[in-house]
Design a protein around this ligand. Structure first.
Ligand SMILES: [Cu+2]
Length: 343
């Protein structure tokens, strides 16, 4: 096993493991665009994290927002401090028996969802514990020196402090901007940066979906697709929501190689705010098309309980993992808090 792990780390390649559990009853084979064969050791359901050095929980990631360590400046401005550590030696089990050398911000792909209010000071204490140069490049408005492009941060402990005012309002990606850029992004050095308006959006069940692709054989074509890294995850672990409750999804497309991605919602339509920069929706639709790093906010509410798919309507992507389910629970006869607690 140790030998196998070192092979994975050494060659950053796909490794085929023998069966580990009942979940692996049906091996599945993919033929890549270059003709290489990628075979999982079992059904494409949940990774088993057998020897993975990444513990990533898509359920936890979905609704997790990092607001930083808050302090107030002398002029009364809110300062949010974050510590982000880059690494490039971790191994993640993407699907049963498929291991991938991921490059990570704070140990996961995507990195943490960084959230602030417009006008806050965002201060990122960036530490590069990787072996290669990395940076953090935020989309948004900031001074040139904070753009994370011309100031490579050396590996093995290099540091840089990114500091800027959060803006504009919306949902933005951040990612490493070292060449070859494709590799630094595809390996996983990206995440989401949400800038809330000063007057908050209406309360909602909020979640983040990063659309990503995984090129397992390094031929410049993706072999797996996902919302939040693990193919098919939300199909096997439906996202539970309630009827009559506003759902707000911050969606960011980080798929490389394929020029477009898209998101189709079943049994419903959503209001769509491109880039989230406007507080008035631009579209009311069940399908948006997203190019690289294109993103936006979608809002919707279900009237009827039940299971509803959401997925790429590019069928190749959904068949290779970018598909999930909303499990809508009937909220109509739910007792109010007053009744529940008898007050
Ligand atoms: Cu990098």
């Amino acid at each position: 096993m140790i030998l196998l792990l070192s092979l994975v780390v050494g060659f950053s390649a796909v490794v085929f493991f023998p069966s580990f559990s009942d979940a692996q009853s049906e091996p599945k084979t993919f033929v890549t665009h270059s003709g290489a064969v990628v075979q999982t050791s079992g059904e494409i359901i949940d990774p088993l994290y057998t020897v993975s050095t990444v513990e990533f929980d898509p359920d936890e990631f979905l609704r997790n927002f990092e607001y930083g360590r808050v302090s107030i400046s002398e002029s009364g401005q809110t300062i949010r401090d974050y510590t982000i550590i880059a690494e490039d030696d971790r191994v993640q089990e993407i699907s049963p028996g498929i291991f991938f050398n991921v490059w990570t911000f704070n140990g996961t792909v995507p990195g943490p969802t960084i959230r602030a209010t417009e006008g806050d000071i965002v201060r990122i204490n960036f530490i590069n514990n990787g072996s290669k140069e990395h940076t953090m490049h935020f989309h948004g408005i900031h001074p040139a020196g904070m753009d994370g492009v011309f100031e490579p941060v050396g590996g093995n402990g290099g540091q840089f402090v990114y500091e800027f005012e959060a803006g504009p309002v919306g949902v933005h990606p951040y990612h490493c901007h070292i060449m070859p850029l494709e590799e630094h992004i595809v390996r996983g050095l990206y995440g989401v940066f949400i800038v809330d308006p000063k007057e908050e959006r209406p309360p909602a069940d909020e979640m983040v979906m990063v659309l990503n692709g995984l090129d397992m054989d390094f031929d410049g074509e993706n072999n797996f697709y996902a919302a939040n890294t693990i193919p098919f995850y939300y199909q096997h672990h439906p996202i539970q929501i309630n009827t009559g409750e506003l759902i707000r999804v911050y969606v960011v497309n980080m798929v490389e190689f394929d020029p477009i991605n898209n998101l189709h919602l079943h049994g419903n339509l959503y209001k769509y705010y491109p880039t989230g920069t406007d507080l008035v929706p631009s579209f009311y639709t069940d399908m948006i098309t997203l190019s690289q790093t294109e993103r936006g906010i979608m809002e919707f509410e279900y009237d009827y309980p039940g299971k509803y798919l959401f997925h790429a309507h590019k069928v190749e992507f959904s068949e290779k993992g970018w598909v999930g389910i909303f499990l809508v629970k009937d909220n109509s006869d739910k007792p109010t808090q007053d009744t529940e607690y008898g007050t």
